[in-house]
Design a protein around this ligand. Sequence first.
Ligand SMILES: Nc1ncnc2c1ncn2[C@@H]1O[C@H](COP(=O)(O)OP(=O)(O)OP(=O)(O)O)[C@@H](O)[C@H]1O
Ligand SMILES: CC(C)(CO)[C@@H](O)C(=O)[O-]
Ligand code: BAL
Length: 279
Amino acid sequence: MTQVIRSSAELREKVATWKRSGMLVGVVPTMGALHDGHMSLVRAARKQSDRVIVTIFVNPMQFNNSDDLAKYPRDEAHDLALLETEGVDVLFAPGVEEVYPAGFATKVSVSGVSEPLEGAFRPGHFDGVATVVTKLFGMTQAGRAFFGEKDWQQLQVVRRMVADLNIPVRIIGCPTIREEDGLAMSSRNVRLSADERACAPLLHAELQKAAEAIRAGTPAAAALAAAQEALSAAGFGPWDYLEMRSAETLQPLDTPCEPARLLAAVGLGAVRMIDNIAV
Ligand SMILES: Nc1ncnc2c1ncn2[C@@H]1O[C@H](COP(=O)(O)OP(=O)(O)OP(=O)(O)O)[C@@H](O)[C@H]1O
Ligand SMILES: CC(C)(CO)[C@@H](O)C(=O)[O-]
Ligand code: BAL
């Protein structure tokens, strides 16, 4: 049975009993509308921890677009049923007042790695993520936390923050889970029309093609320009970014002289798609 907990005081008591018996607690932070991508994180947590907490909190502080927040898919009953099947111990689903009570006045802001790409196109987004993730770590007291590589920059921001603030949690990055045709699973995919859905896997395909070309010696700028042209012709746009960056610091790179990542954010119909791939 997965226990649903909404108050951080109740969660703290529960976790304290686990910790008294020497158990390692894993947490999977999410915003709900769970799919197989999330469930892969849950399975990793199950394997690598004695007790698993999944958090579901649609964090208003990380949305820079009120329409995106209003339209964010929510289905807690469906999510709970999925978590039951994976043997999750606790679903922590606090309300907004529990996370941000009256008088709340703190912001966690990570410089550098959070500034380009998503940080530039979603102003304030990573302050919201860093603040809520810090709170979720405090509330769950977890020893391990599981994040998807689909949100590559978020994973690097969280790693930087945990190192900088000496937060006693080990961050585990998990590979992006894709549909059979290559489309990265995302809660926002349900907003694609049938035609858009049919065209959506091209993003991953073009990223793969560009990564292969760069590995074979094509300059990154040329490989990415070709990908952007092919995707724009197929109906993708407007573009936020399509770039090669250092995998860890997210600084710009002209050549893959250190571990590198291609990262993209682009519109498709009403949906803003993000994806990334190793070079
Ligand atoms: N396809 C995926 N494969 C692996 N991990 C994923 C995938 N999709 C999301 N995650 C991870 O699940 C966690 C919760 O993400 P979130 O709730 O934002 O889901 P989401 O589907 O990415 O939503 P959206 O794409 O609408 O932002 C994050 O660590 C995220 O990286
Ligand atoms: C990590 C997270 C749950 C923080 O709200 C969110 O950014 C997400 O779902 O990736
Ligand atoms: N997966 C990142 C959460 C967001 O889009 O706000």
